[in-house]
Write a protein that binds this ligand. Structure first.
Ligand code: NDP
Ligand code: NHF
Length: 329
C-alpha cells in the first residue's frame, strides 16, 4: 500500500479522498488543508488533517497527491521532490513551460515518479482509439476536432481562482482544454503552431468563458479544440483519417459515475460500426497506474516530452489569445 498524503481538500481533493479512502492500493495517511474549518469534514471521513504542507513531508508518507490551486503546483512538486516523495500533480502540471521543465527534471534526477491528472487517457474508448491509430486503421490522419465543456459541477463566479486570468488563463484551457491537448500530443507528437481566440459571451469573467484553438502538428495533421466554461456538459473527440473517421461521444463526465460512452467508426454508409463502452473510473485508473509505477510493476504511461510539451502548448495558446498572432511552441 502506498503511504500517501493528499494536498488540498477543495472540490477535487474531496473527490480523490473518497476514491482512495477504501482503495487497497493506497494508505491515505494525511490530508493537508490550510482551512481549519474543513478539518471536521476530513475527520468525518476517517482521515487525519494537517494544516501545513511541511507536516506532510515526513517519513510517514512516501508520496503526495497535489490538488492545490494551479499556481501552487510548481513549488509543491519541488518541495515533494526535495523531501524524496513521489508526486502526483493535478493538471495543469504548471502554468509555465519553465515550471513544467523544472518539475519533470527534478523528478527524473531524483528517480521519483511524477503522475499528472490527465485521466482521459485511461478511458476505454480512448485506449481503443489509440490502438486503432497505432495499427493505422484510420489511414492517413488529416484532422481532429475536440470539444469539452465545463459541466457546472463546480460553482464558478467572478471571485473564483478558476475564473482569474493569472491562475486559469485562456478561459477553459487549464480546466478542460489541457486534457484535450494532452490527448492530441500523445496521439500526434509535437505541435508546430497554434492560433487561439478567447471570448467572454455570458458572465464577465476575467479569463473569458470560451477558448477556440487551431493547431498544426509537425507531422502535418491539423486539429481544432474548443473549451467552453459555461454550457451544459459536452465532450466529443473526432479524428478524421483518409480511410475512416472516429467519433467518441461521452454522454457523461469522466469524473462522474454513470452514463455511456459511444464510439462510431465510419468507413462508408455500408461499413460503419457503433461501439458502446460502460463508464469506468479513469481518475482512479490514473492514480493506480502511478502507484504501479512507484512499485516498479509498470512504467507510468506519460513521457517527459508529453508532460512538458503540453505546458509549452498551453503557454503558446495563452500568448496567441493575447496577441492575436500565430505562435510556434
Ligand atoms: N483531473 C481533473 O479532471 C481535475 C483536476 N482538477 C485540478 O485540481 C486542482 C484543485 O482544484 P479544485 O479542487 O477545484 O480547487 P479548490 O479551490 O476547490 O481546492 C483547492 C484546495 O487546495 C487548498 N490549498 C490552497 N493553498 C494551499 C496550500 N498552500 N497548501 C495546501 N493546500 C492548499 C485550498 O484550501 P483553501 O480553501 O483554504 O484555500 C483548497 O482546499 C486544480 O489544479 C485543478 O485544475 C480539478 C478538477 C478536476
Ligand atoms: O479542472 C477541471 C474542472 O472541470 C472539468 C470538467 O468538469 C474537469 O475535467 C477539469 O479537469
Amino acid at each position: 500500500m502506498l503511504r500517501t498524503a493528499l494536498v488540498g481538500f477543495g472540490w477535487w481533493g474531496q473527490h480523490i479522498a473518497r476514491r482512495l479512502k477504501d482503495n487497497d492500493g493506497f494508505d491515505l495517511r494525511l490530508v493537508v488543508e490550510p482551512a481549519l474549518a474543513a478539518h471536521d469534514a476530513i475527520r468525518e471521513m476517517g482521515l487525519t488533517p494537517v494544516a501545513t504542507y511541511a507536516e506532510a513531508l515526513t517519513d510517514e508518507v512516501e508520496a503526495v497527491i497535489l490538488t492545490s490551486p494551479n499556481d501552487q503546483h510548481d513549488s509543491h512538486v519541488l518541495q515533494a521532490v526535495a523531501a524524496g516523495k513521489h508526486v502526483f500533480c493535478e493538471k495543469p502540471l504548471s502554468l509555465s513551460a519553465d515550471g513544467a521543465r523544472a518539475s519533470v527534471a527534478a523528478c527524473e534526477a531524483a528517480g521519483l515518479v511524477l503522475g499528472v491528472g490527465h485521466e482521459r487517457r485511461f478511458e476505454p474508448a480512448i485506449l481503443r482509439l489509440r490502438e486503432m491509430l497505432a495499427a493505422g486503421d484510420l489511414g492517413t490522419i488529416m484532422h481532429s476536432e475536440l470539444a469539452f465543456s465545463h459541466d457546472k459541477l463546480i460553482h464558478l463566479d467572478a471571485t473564483s481562482w478558476r475564473t482569474s486570468k493569472a491562475m486559469a488563463p485562456a478561459a477553459g484551457m487549464t480546466q478542460m482544454g489541457i486534457h484535450l491537448t494532452d490527448l492530441l500530443i500523445s496521439f500526434f507528437g509535437r505541435v508546430k503552431s497554434v492560433a487561439a481566440v478567447t471570448a467572454d459571451r455570458s458572465l464577465g469573467w476575467e479569463t473569458g468563458d470560451v477558448v477556440s484553438v487551431q493547431l498544426q502538428f509537425e507531422e502535418g495533421m491539423t486539429a481544432t479544440l474548443q473549451a467552453i466554461l459555461h454550457t451544459p456538459h459536452f465532450l466529443r473527440t473526432h479524428v478524421f483519417g483518409s480511410d475512416m473517421w472516429v467519433e467518441i461521444r461521452n454522454a457523461t463526465h469522466p469524473d462522474t459515475p454513470g452514463g455511456a460512452v459511444t464510439m462510431e467508426c465510419y468507413r462508408s454508409i455500408d461499413d460503419n460500426e457503433m461501439i458502446n463502452f460502460e463508464w469506468t473510473d479513469s481518475v482512479t485508473a490514473n492514480l493506480e497506474a502511478w502507484a504501479a509505477a512507484i512499485a516498479g510493476r509498470a512504467p507510468y504511461p506519460y513521457t517527459s516530452f508529453e508532460l512538458v510539451h503540453n505546458i509549452e502548448v498551453l503557454e503558446a495558446i495563452v500568448q496567441s489569445a493575447e496577441t492575436g498572432q500565430v505562435v510556434y511552441p
